[in-house]
Design a protein around this ligand. Structure first.
Ligand code: ADP
Ligand code: ZN
Length: 723
């Protein structure tokens, strides 16, 4: 915030507060503190903003403010302040990501309000003896010797809730106060660790106990016991610390009912869960449980970072390489990187777990900035299945078919052995392209520079969500029945598989077919109980599941991720396909993996086939170093967009001209974005590259370049998508 000294007014010390507002405002706001106690950083306040009010958090206590006529900030009664560390972390994240200063607070309080504290369930104990003591009443009365909620008492006594209700009305059961924080009894059922695993757990535990920041790379193939290791560390923390908290971050799609069940079985309690699809009530409860310290273990997707921890002692980022950690909308941040920063703020260890670490993390481990803990073996010594490349240049596919002969033969063999197969294709829907065979007209999204994807009898844009019916006639040549689908999608594969194997039992695992936990549980059950022969799945199937009878994984389009100008394209493909390979042959039976590709000679595929991760990483790192790409250089992407194409182009050019000359920093572009139009807005990209932190440079550049009102400049620090 710029100071405007001639307007400066002096107010008595400690009565002005600077407040972070959970809204998309360009700055924080100053208010007059009107609490009876002195203000403190982290205090939650009610403030007028514009015409409405909202809640905010005090980040600074000031002596003076450059602004006059300050409005009042009322402390929220009965709501303890957030930890000063949380306030510092929020500020750091906003500065690092060049986001609106209130964005981190907004991630935890999307409604710009602190949710009301959920009412504590009333706990009943024994009151006066009932006049008429039926057997049912007696059972309840006895059960209430240990106070519990009405529904728990009913359950314990095996009676209906009416019986309990009547006892409450007659005063035979009375509400009692219990200190529920005191009785956290840990009842763990953990595996005995192997030597490697124990060594890793010891190293992390040591730094939990020392209360020092230390990042670890927990490196081991799928099934080597990484989860087992951090479960041990968490158990140790829960035993040793009176109120220490642990945060486990997992990619949203890996946060399955199976994961939670495993946690509950091993810990004897449920963790607090946080992700985009929990209900408002769950969100409210979770926020408060974390805030009051009752939540000891939180498992969540990336935005769990912004929960109001009280005493955080451990941050785990599982599958740390997973692309979903990068949020690419509105508030752009990388969950893994912010997780490490969170640990640094709390002075606790950060454990990044992966079988295929990101090159950023790998390089940090190489440079000894992170300590690498290696788990060398798969538990039970299961071998990774051999990977075979299917060269689609040699083995030609039939027109509009996607299963090569090799893949068909292997599926047939698996069926004969009564084993299951996974057909992996990371694209849902029927086909990515619809063409008119008479005139060549291509059905595009009217709002985006993208083709519409066929979903059954509908067409859909995967960028803006537009859905329209399949057109009867071609809008261009007006012929009927001329449409033809091109390219594969999961639904289309279903037809092909059914043609080749008419009697198989098929399941589809993509986000069109499976979007609730119940559907997911059902799918997993069907596969586990072998009611399914072939699963056709997207990345939803790549993660976490253990299906002992699934012995074949066939990747339909190994080249799919390589098409766009993404510096991480090869890395992401290597990681994803390694994960898919890990799905085959996880039980006693040997597995096999087939990858269809048009470019088997690429180092990516050669190293993948040999499971030679090190060689692939060295190859990739050498390329990145040559081009000063991450992890050797830093990047900030700027996307200039607006409704008027000419104005967008002009503004992007002006912006580029105004880029200050600085040694070691270059600005590339502007160029039309690969996705040149999105939701009716035209887009141009600039890329800032350098070997030093670039935030200050970009910030002052943007502050000193006037941007037309109708134009938006979106800033993406450490971009992971290049559309
Ligand atoms: P990762 O997280 O590396 O994929 P997991 O921790 O999920 O590996 O372990 C894979 C499987 O092996 C799980 O079923 C787990 O319970 C089992 N496992 C791992 N380590 C041990 C151990 N020391 N004792 C018994 N079972 C183990
Ligand atoms: Zn669209």
């Amino acid at each position: 915030m710029k100071s405007v000294s001639h307007k400066q007014q002096t107010v008595a010390e400690g009565s002005i507060v600077r407040v972070m507002v959970p809204r998309a405002l360009p700055s924080m706001l100053d208010y007059r503190w009107c609490g009876s106690e002195p203000p403190q950083v982290g205090a939650l306040v009610s403030i007028p903003v514009g015409r409405q009010g909202c809640h905010g958090m005090v980040v600074e206590v000031l002596e003076t403010s450059p602004f006059q006529n300050l409005k009042n900030a009322e402390p929220l009664a009965g709501v303890p302040a957030l930890a000063a560390i949380t306030a510092a972390f929020y500020r750091w994240v906003a500065r690092y990501t060049l986001s609106a200063p209130g964005d981190p607070l907004r991630a935890a309080l999307p409604k710009a309000q602190v949710p009301p504290e959920p009412a504590k369930p009333v706990v009943y104990g024994v009151g006066q003896l009932p006049e008429k003591l039926t057997t049912q009443r007696q059972a309840v009365f006895e059960a209430a010797a240990v106070p519990a909620t009405a529904s728990d008492l009913a359950k314990r006594a095996g009676v209906s809730s009416c019986v309990v209700k009547r006892l409450v009305e007659s005063g035979s059961l009375v509400p009692v106060e219990v200190d529920d924080r005191a009785e956290f009894v840990l009842d763990t059922h953990l595996a005995v660790l192997t030597e490697d695993q124990q060594h890793a757990a010891d190293a992390i535990q040591k730094s939990v106990r020392n209360a020092s920041f230390k990042p670890f790379l927990l490196d081991g193939v799928t099934g080597s016991g990484k989860t087992e290791v951090y479960f041990h560390v968490i158990a140790d923390l829960l035993q040793g610390e009176v109120d220490g908290q642990a945060l486990v971050m997992v990619p949203e799609i890996a946060l399955t009912p199976q994961w939670l069940q495993r946690f509950e079985e091993q810990f004897g309690f449920k963790p607090v869960v946080w992700h985009a699809n929990i209900t408002d009530v769950q969100r409210q409860r979770a926020w408060w449980q974390v805030h009051c310290g009752e939540a000891r273990v939180v498992v969540g997707a990336r935005s769990a970072l912004f929960l109001p921890f009280r005493n955080l002692k451990l941050v785990v980022v599982d599958e740390e390489h997973d692309p979903s950690y990068k949020q690419d909308e509105v508030f752009r941040y990388h969950g893994r990187d912010m997780g490490v920063a969170l640990a640094q703020h709390w002075q606790c260890p950060a454990v990044l777990a992966s079988a295929t670490p990101s090159l950023e993390t790998w390089q940090n481990a190489q440079q000894r900035k992170y300590q690498r803990l290696e788990l060398k073996k798969r538990h039970g010594n299961n071998m990774m299945p051999p990977i075979h490349l299917v060269d689609l240049k040699a083995e030609k596919l039939e027109k509009n078919k996607f299963l090569s002969d090799s893949v068909q033969q292997e599926i047939k063999a698996a069926l004969e052995r009564q084993e299951q197969s996974l057909i992996f294709l990371n694209r849902r829907g029927n086909a990515p392209l619809l063409l008119c065979t008479a005139c060549g007209y291509r059905r595009d999204c009217p709002s985006c520079d993208a083709t519409l994807t066929v979903h059954g009898d509908k067409l859909q844009c995967h960028h803006c969500g537009l859905t329209e019916p399949w057109p009867d006639t071609c809008p261009s040549c007006h012929e009927a029945d001329t449409w033809r689908m091109y390219g594969p999608g999961t639904r289309r594969l279903v037809h092909e598989v059914q043609e080749v194997f008419p009697d198989v039992r098929l399941a589809i695992a993509d986000s069109d077919a499976v979007h609730t936990p119940a559907q997911q549980r059902e799918l997993v059950r069907q596969i586990q109980e072998q009611q399914v022969d072939i699963v056709i799945g997207t990345q939803m199937m790549a993660k976490g599941h253990h299906f002992p009878n699934l012995t074949l994984a066939a990747v339909i389009d190994g080249d799919m991720g390589l098409a766009h100008g993404d510096v991480r394209a090869a890395e992401k493909t290597f990681q994803l396909l390694t994960q898919v390979a890990g799905r085959a042959g996880r039980g006693e039976k040997a597995g096999k993996v087939l990858v269809q590709t048009y470019q088997p000679e690429q180092p990516l595929f050669q190293h993948l086939k040999d499971y030679n991760r090190l060689a692939f990483y060295e190859h990739e790192l050498a390329l990145r170093q040559e081009w000063h790409d991450p992890p050797f250089g830093r990047q900030i992407a700027l996307v200039v967009d607006g409704l008027d194409e000419k104005l967008v182009k002009k503004s992007a050019e002006v912006l580029a001209q105004k880029a200050p000359e600085t040694k070691g920093i270059i600005v590339l572009g502007p160029a039309p974005a690969p996705l040149a139009k999105l939701r009716d807005r035209y887009r141009y990209r600039l890329l800032v590259k350098g070997v030093v932190p670039l935030q200050k440079y970009v910030k002052s550049w943007l502050e000193n370049t006037p941007i037309p009102q109708k134009i938006r400049v979106v800033v993406d620090v450490d971009p992971h998508s290049y559309f």
